[in-house]
Design a protein around this ligand. Structure first.
Ligand code: 13P
Ligand code: SF4
Length: 305
């Protein structure tokens, strides 16, 4: 089957079986093209609560599919490729957070949404890269333990000096491995380009940026800017999507190494097999975990609007 034939079959099956396909912006181009909704993790979480299809196929990583299930337990939720995890989401365990809260009474635990459902059960509020500043600033409490991304945490801490934010070491291997050498190299090759980076990059890289934001934030900034050239400091699919969407502008990856293998593991054939009912993994969660994990996602939506 060609890519086009697979895409047409998916579109047909989606209609016939009342399936909604959600795709994170890091997915491959051919998947983005057949998705009902694409965006950053905050937009996907909000969409997850709003769609009314019987089945949702999440093209992204496991915590994103779990978020859909947490918010919509009555739906059949399929993770398009069962091997797609997020290494950052699995970096911390529940016991560590319980110890930290025991040692720091009165602190609220704010968790990046890139966490497992089990970890969310012991957190107070979830945030995403696009909503963290707004949500933490709206929280009445000032003493906060932020997990698991130290780079996003540092970015928020600098933005909100009025809050007492304690950071715990963790991060995204795809973003955190990019250093100042990569920035110097990219800027010397493209001296007229603006540098747009994700807050999961290390602070030294963030300091060199013209804009820091989520995957959707970076895409919107590039689309709306009058500038013509951009160095993109996040997973390389964003560079590729922008090339398609803004053919009159030039986009360069900050590093060719910025590839999240977990996000790239899903193929169009995986999505087709999910639609045919013979692929992916149906997400199930014990009801007690789902209910406890939902509290911090509900708080995220309440504070984030
Ligand atoms: P966004 O919140 O920007 O979509 O990021 C999700 C993610 O996994 C970034 O690495
Ligand atoms: Fe996780 Fe990083 Fe991949 Fe995002 S890019 S899914 S944070 S490993």
């Amino acid at each position: 089957m060609t890519i086009l034939e697979m895409q047409n079959k998916i579109l047909e099956l989606k209609k016939e079986k009342d399936i909604c396909i959600l795709a994170h912006s890091y997915q491959r181009r051919e998947i983005i093209e057949i998705a009902d909704f694409t965006g950053d993790s905050y937009a996907l979480a909000k969409k997850a609560a709003a769609v009314d299809n019987k089945t949702v196929i999440m093209c992204g990583v496991r915590f994103m599919a779990e978020t859909v299930k947490i918010l919509s337990p009555e739906k059949t939720v399929i993770l398009s490729n069962s091997s797609a995890g997020c290494p950052m989401a699995e970096q911390m365990d529940k016991e560590l957070i319980e110890q930290l809260t025991e040692m720091n009474k009165g602190y609220k635990v704010v968790a990046y949404i890139n966490t497992t459902s089990e970890l969310k059960t012991v957190c107070d509020v979830c945030v995403t890269s696009s909503s963290a500043g707004k949500i933490i600033s709206a929280m009445p409490e000032n003493d906060i333990i932020f997990i698991p991304d130290i780079n996003l945490g540092t970015y928020i801490k600098n933005k909100l000096p009025e809050k007492n934010i304690m950071l715990v070491s963790g991060g995204c291997p795809t973003h955190a491995k990019i250093g100042l050498n990569d920035v110097k190299k990219a800027k010397s090759l493209h001296p007229n380009a603006l540098l747009l980076v994700h807050p999961e990059c290390i602070p030294a890289v963030q300091q060199e940026a013209d804009y820091i934001g989520s995957t959707s934030g970076i895409m919107d900034y590039a689309k709306n800017s009058d500038a013509k050239e951009f160095i993109i400091g996040t997973e390389n699919s964003i560079t590729e999507h922008l090339e398609y969407e803004c053919p009159d502008k030039k986009f360069y990856p900050l590093s060719k190494d910025m590839v999240c293998h977990n996000m790239k593991i899903t193929t169009l054939r995986d999505v087709l097999e999910c639609c045919e009912g013979c692929g992916g993994e149906e997400i199930t969660l014990p009801e007690d975990i789902r209910i406890k994990a939902k509290r911090c996602i509900d708080k995220m939506i309440e504070y984030g609007g």
